[in-house]
Design a protein around this ligand. Structure first.
Ligand SMILES: Cc1cc2nc3c(=O)[nH]c(=O)nc-3n(C[C@H](O)[C@H](O)[C@H](O)COP(=O)(O)OP(=O)(O)OC[C@H]3O[C@@H](n4cnc5c(N)ncnc54)[C@H](O)[C@@H]3O)c2cc1C
Length: 410
């Protein structure tokens, strides 16, 4: 089949890879001049398991506080109606624990297996590390995480509840002064550089059935006939199928087709800093459960990521949030990174549906497939979501169940 993909973030690039592998002729349209320039640019780097990652799923980890000095979600510039509705639904899913957490975790595990197979096959080196600690400052935090731990155990994820001494053996750079009550150790967790992986995969797929068309904006998706209308081109480009992987822009392309998804852009930040003293830096990835901040070793850099805000795309960087990232790094790994120069400070949008899960599969409109709304887990879920879409396009039963991850739930 001739298939068009809209968007060359991590989701679009992996989808192109899997479709080309099945023998399709794939064209991927991207408005920016390179792959992974928007949400996939500087993620925290966390791969599966997914459930204990910051902002993974409502009700599993972070409390939703909107006001006061301990607000977990910052609201700036007023809330529009869509964001209010999204917030109500996120809160509802958190209270009732109704998010499809088990389905998401299954997809994350499948995705990790698939990613490792792709990386092995093509010898991709993307600054990976193995193992993760979820750091607990108090015993209360441990209690708070029990529902998530139960889902992880039920999903067959290997995890150990460990004390502070064992945690410090696993991550010897942890400050001896840091108030550490204990940790959750996820020995099989992985992390890696999302953008680097996307770029390496893009280089690998070029010439093998995938054509990348950069600096090209899709203005409209058509279904009768199936195709895409490009900015500045009078005629529709015809395809047999279109896969929408446009991140936050998916929400603006869908209404013309009679489709709507309750998406919100929940912005977050990452700071990437050169290593200063590797023995004082993390060996792999850690998550501060209370702060919902991660610290990840990516090659010769350390990346700190966190923060959640409902604010416009053009909002200024929020200095107190960035200071919280620096403070958290200093709490756990003082002296591990060089914060005085060569910093990369990034603000990106998590395209979030109110239950934290993406929409993967048929759109209900003939010829249009969806792979979008991956929220805080696009990197962790990309390779699995891509394989699932390719299987569905080929009318094959995917290897992993999609219960709770389809369009129909909306
Ligand atoms: C601070 C932060 C930390 C994060 N950490 C993690 C993490 O550790 N692990 C994890 O799994 N996830 C993480 N995420 C989430 C992750 O970044 C996203 O889920 C993922 O990048 C989404 O990928 P995507 O391909 O859907 O979107 P994008 O990367 O945004 O790609 C969409 C692409 O579509 C293009 N596009 C849009 N509209 C059009 C159009 N009309 N025509 C042509 N092109 C178009 C855009 O230019 C863009 O390149 C994090 C997010 C943030 C903000």
């Amino acid at each position: 089949m001739k298939i068009a993909i809209v968007g060359a973030g991590i989701i679009g690039v992996t989808t192109a890879y899997e479709l080309a592998r099945d023998g399709h002729e794939v064209t991927i349209f991207e408005q920016r001049s390179a792959a992974a320039e928007e949400a996939s640019f500087a993620t925290a780097g966390l791969l599966g398991p997914h459930l204990l990652s910051p902002w993974a799923v409502p009700g599993f980890g972070q409390a939703l506080r909107l006001i006061g000095p301990h607000a977990t979600l910052r609201v700036a510039g007023g809330l529009n109606r869509a964001n209010w509705a999204w917030l109500r639904r996120w809160r509802g899913a958190a209270r009732s624990n109704s998010a499809p957490a088990a389905a998401l975790e299954r997809l994350a595990q499948y995705s990790l297996t698939r990613l490792k197979a792709i990386a092995r096959q093509h010898e991709l080196d993307f600054e990976t590390s193995e193992g993760r600690l979820v750091l607990l400052r108090t015993e209360q935090e441990r209690a708070h995480l029990q529902p998530a731990l139960q889902v992880l155990r039920d999903s067959g994820v290997s995890l150990h509840e460990i004390d502070a001494d064992v945690a410090r053996q696993i991550e010897p750079g942890l400050s001896p002064e840091a108030p550490l009550a204990g940790a959750i150790h996820l020995p099989d967790a992985s992390a890696g550089n999302c953008r680097l992986f996307a770029q390496l995969l893009r280089q690998g797929t070029q010439g093998s059935g995938v054509q990348f068309v950069f600096n090209t904006r899709v203005d409209r998706i058509s279904t009768q006939p199936t195709g895409v209308a490009l900015q500045g081109e009078p005629d529709l480009r015809r395809f047999d199928a279109v896969v929408l992987c446009a991140g936050m822009a998916s929400a603006t392309l869908m209404p013309a087709l009679g489709l709507r998804l309750p998406m919100a852009a929940v912005y977050g930040y990452s700071v990437s800093a050169p290593l200063r003293e590797s023995t004082h830096a993390p060996r792999a990835s850690v998550v501060d459960a209370a702060q919902q901040i991660s610290i990840t070793r990516l090659g010769q850099r350390v990346r700190i990521a966190g923060g959640a805000e409902l604010a416009g795309a053009d909002a200024h960087h929020h200095t107190p949030t960035l200071q919280r990232l620096y403070r958290t790094l200093n709490d756990w790994f003082p002296g591990g990174a060089q914060l005085s120069s060569s910093l990369q400070i990034w603000r990106g949008a998590r395209t979030m549906l109110p239950d934290g899960a993406p929409v993967v599969g048929a759109s209900g409109v003939p010829g249009l497939w969806l792979n979008t709304g991956h929220g805080a887990g696009g990197w962790a879920l990309a390779c699995g979501s891509a394989r699932v879409v390719a299987d569905l396009v080929a009318q094959r039963e995917p290897d992993v169940s999609l219960d709770g991850l389809g369009m129909r739930r909306f």
